[in-house]
Design a protein around this ligand. Structure first.
Ligand SMILES: Cc1ncc(COP(=O)(O)O)c(C=O)c1O
Length: 400
């Protein structure tokens, strides 16, 4: 009998799906999972999510929603209750001023980014993306037919992004600038002044700013800031927010856009023809998260600071490892290039691959984030795991 794969011709896939890659972080997770299945004890410093459980009052709200049969479709852009809660929380915390029709609830922050880029970036448009960048920005832009224009930054300057540097890359085709502060993967935080200057430059030239605020509550500088508080740039600004990291809700898939009504309406329209509304139950949980006590956010933030300090001190004590002090998010981005040339290690991918296979520590190589001398280490785990990871790293370096 002819095997099915020979009888049916391989389907011709679209050009656009050929333009994107699976996420680099997912590849590490898959390799670490393979080892775990074989019974290997892996120390996982690759994860991009909080190790905390979702706070109880948020879980209770979801359970209550199920019991009350709040289990039907909602408006595609999310319930009025949740959109109002988002607007209010953002206004109180960051001094913004949005109306309900300027808020859209989506299935996680990544979905917000996808919607925003789909409705704003045309084929051939250029999107300025500071390096290192979070992996998905590049692929989402490419899927829309846009072209990423990379802004190289200087590690010695804390990967600083300035308006001057951006201005040099602007062309008549520039449609959007993507900012992500605090940054995944570097943990760098842009100062309010730098962010404002970039956004003003963009507004003057009619360029959109997509500000990814996924880690905005995990800013350890003491200067909480959102571009949404700068009225001059409001007409060209899309805020992509997420409850994933702030409230340890990665699996609930709750994100939101704050944007001028025209853009927000277009994003809601696109969503109405793809996912429809985000899950009704998760929306009730999100209302509880945003309107309830914010103590849990503060408690998690304090813990992250301790974990960061411990991790950075441990990494800096390792011979040949350099690393900046990250000011936000929950990642460290050490430079491991001093190890190149030893034991066949010539790139971050070589280093991270060998580290995983031989020392059983999972990290993410920097190539996926656009740099060639770093690995991303997540400290969203317990102190004990950090210590186990550091100990293995130390032995690994000695073995190279
Ligand atoms: C920079 C950045 N933006 C957005 C997201 C998306 O998060 P979610 O879709 O869970 O809201 C992530 C997740 O890792 C991220 O790191």
């Amino acid at each position: 009998m002819t095997p099915v794969s020979e009888a049916i011709p391989v389907a011709k896939l679209t050009q656009r799906i050929g333009r994107i890659q699976p996420s680099a972080t997912m590849a590490v997770v898959a390799e670490a999972d393979k080892l775990r299945v074989q019974g290997v004890d892996v120390v996982d410093l690759s994860v991009g999510e909080p190790h905390f459980a979702t706070p109880q009052h948020i879980k209770d709200a979801a359970i209550a929603a199920i019991q009350a049969n709040f289990t039907k479709y909602t408006a595609a852009a999310g319930t009025a209750e949740l959109r109002d809660a988002i607007i209010q929380r953002h206004a109180v915390d960051f001094g913004s001023n949005y109306k309900r029709e300027e808020a859209v609830v989506s299935v996680g922050g990544k979905h917000v980014l996808f919607n925003a880029i789909q409705v704003l970036v045309e084929h051939g448009d250029e999107v300025i993306l500071p390096v290192p960048y979070w992996v998905s920005f590049k692929d989402i832009v490419q899927y829309a037919g846009g072209k990423c224009v990379f802004l190289e930054t200087d590690e010695a300057q804390g990967f600083r992004v300035t308006a001057n540097a951006i201005a040099r890359l602007v062309t008549p085709r520039t449609k959007m600038i993507i900012l992500n502060s605090p940054s995944n993967p570097s943990g760098a935080v842009m100062s309010p002044e730098d962010q404002t200057e970039v956004a003003k430059l963009a507004a003057e030239r009619g360029i959109w700013v997509l500000s990814d605020e996924c880690y905005i509550y995990l800013n350890y500088t003491g200067r909480q800031f959102s571009l949404a508080s700068v009225p001059e740039v409001r007409d060209r600004l899309v805020i992509a927010g997420s409850l994933s990291k702030t409230y340890a809700m990665t699996g609930w898939r709750m994100g939101y856009a704050l944007a001028p009504a025209l853009a927000a309406g277009a994003m809601a329209k696109l969503q109405s023809q793809s996912t429809s509304n985000p899950t009704s139950i998760a929306q009730k949980a999100a209302v509880a998260a945003l309107k309830g006590s914010q103590d849990c956010v503060e408690e998690m933030r304090k813990d992250y600071i301790q974990l960061r300090d411990h991790m950075v001190a441990g990494l800096r004590a390792l011979p040949g490892v350099k690393c900046n002090m990250p000011e936000g998010a929950f990642y460290v981005y050490p430079n491991i290039s001093s190890q190149f040339g030893r034991s066949g290690v010539n790139s971050p991918a070589d280093f991270a691959g060998k580290l995983l296979r031989e020392a059983h520590v999972a990290t993410v190589p920097g190539e996926g984030f656009g740099t060639h001398e770093h690995i991303r280490v997540s400290y969203a785990t317990s102190m004990k795991e950090l210590d186990r990871g550091l100990e293995r790293l130390q032995k690994f370096l000695a073995s190279l």
